[in-house]
Design a protein around this ligand. Structure first.
Ligand code: NAD
Length: 356
């Protein structure tokens, strides 16, 4: 039986994760999904209970599980804390502790939501792109980092953008392999005209591409990529990016799909063990109001079945159920348009579970 650790986290995390759990339990009941769920604390919830965003025990539980399903962490309550103690540190420690170096973020526009996108239908309809983001290296982890006081008394902040060849190689392999199962095109993102680290990124990705002759590789500067994503997003199949560029571009891509509440993500290690979470944050502005869109989290659970539990049939069932519910005109507030029925977080979860 597959062991899954559920970490709801903060803000809307518990509300949206409850819907994904509802869907998994419905699959267990209706279709015999062989899964065992246990729950733990992460982020602000763990700080409140244990004075740390991730306990050793929770990390050990995550390492022992087949997969982790996570909501979101953070919120104004913990914003004043030192950077090293904040809720987000729990997330980074999980990514590091599980060696989750590959972040897969699909941006798929459901045909039913074409009008929920802020872009023109002709620009986004049929959109299906995958952002492969490096997750355990780059400027978010590079040393040295900090804020120091200069001789003249002025404070200076500094971070380090660092990538070794092996880190670039392994994420490039993930992108090329993903492209082989799709439209066989990888666009690698860099800022090689300014940053030496990303010039090395470009060089290494080009070298790895030789092992995938069936995949077409192109390169794009990150500023142009940000522009092209809103100008002509359908030109992309797989976008390969480092940690920070991937973070920013994937949030931008999420808006093409109508709402960040639709965007699932998978973070994998080399053995396909993974952590699955929506791409959005803890949305403190709507937390506790039963307003959040749970679909990104439900679709993250589908990715979990597909990638870590090798259960394509049940993953397909979840995705089809989401499609059915959208066909029926049900929408949470973030994706609502004229003529649709506005539902709460829990009503959306109930409807998806019922549609399985
Ligand atoms: P956010 O993604 O939480 O929210 C951005 C906007 O999108 C808000 O208006 C929010 O209401 C809306 N939104 C997000 N998810 C939604 C959903 N499922 N349904 C409907 N609307 C949704 O980003 P933020 O406001 O920049 O950050 C809030 C907190 O989340 C911060 O503490 C931040 O550090 C944290 N955060 C956590 C993660 C994570 O856990 N992976 C990621 C990003 C931000």
């Amino acid at each position: 039986m597959a062991q899954v650790l559920v970490l709801p986290g903060d803000g809307i995390g518990p509300e949206i994760v409850a819907q994904a759990v509802k869907v998994l339990l419905a699959l267990k009941e209706k279709h015999g999904l062989d899964i065992d769920l246990s729950e733990g604390l992460v982020g602000g919830a763990s700080i409140d209970a244990h004075n740390t965003p991730l306990t050793e025990a929770t990390l050990a539980q995550a390492q022992a599980a087949d997969a982790v399903l996570l909501g979101a962490v953070g919120g104004p309550k913990w914003d004043g804390m030192a950077m090293s103690d904040r809720p987000e540190k729990g997330l980074l420690a999980l990514r590091k502790g599980l060696n989750l170096f590959a972040n897969l973020r699909p941006a798929i526009l459901y045909p039913q939501l074409t009008h929920a996108s802020t872009l023109k239908p002709e620009v986004v309809s049929g959109l299906d792109l995958l952002i492969v983001r490096e997750l355990t290296g780059g400027i978010y982890f590079g040393q040295p980092r900090g804020v120091r006081t200069l001789e003249n008394g002025e404070r200076q902040g500094y971070n380090t953008l660092v990538y070794s060849e092996s880190e670039i190689e392994r994420i490039a392999h993930v992108a090329f392999k993903a492209a082989q199962k799709r439209s066989k095109r990888v666009c690698s993102i860099d800022k090689s005209n300014v940053l030496e680290t990303t010039a090395l990124w470009k060089e290494v990705v080009t070298r790895i591409a030789a092992q995938y002759p069936d995949v077409e590789l192109s390169h794009m500067l990150v500023d142009n990529a940000a522009m092209q994503l809103v100008k002509a997003p359908k030109q992309f199949d797989v976008m390969l990016a480092d940690n920070m560029f991937g973070d920013i571009l994937s949030d931008e891509a999420s808006m093409l799909t109508g709402s960040i509440g639709m965007l699932a993500s998978a973070s994998l290690n080399e053995h396909n063990k993974g952590m699955y979470e929506p791409s959005h944050g803890s949305a403190p502005d709507i937390a506790g109001k039963d307003l959040a869109n749970p679909i990104a989290t439900v679709l993250s659970a589908a990715m979990m079945l597909r990638y870590s539990l090798a259960d394509t049939v049940n993953a397909d069932r979840i995705e089809a159920a989401v499609g059915k519910v959208l066909d029926a005109g049900l929408r949470t507030g973030d994706i609502w348009t004229e003529g649709c029925t506005c539902v709460s977080t829990s009503q959306m979860g109930d409807a998806i579970a019922a549609a399985l």
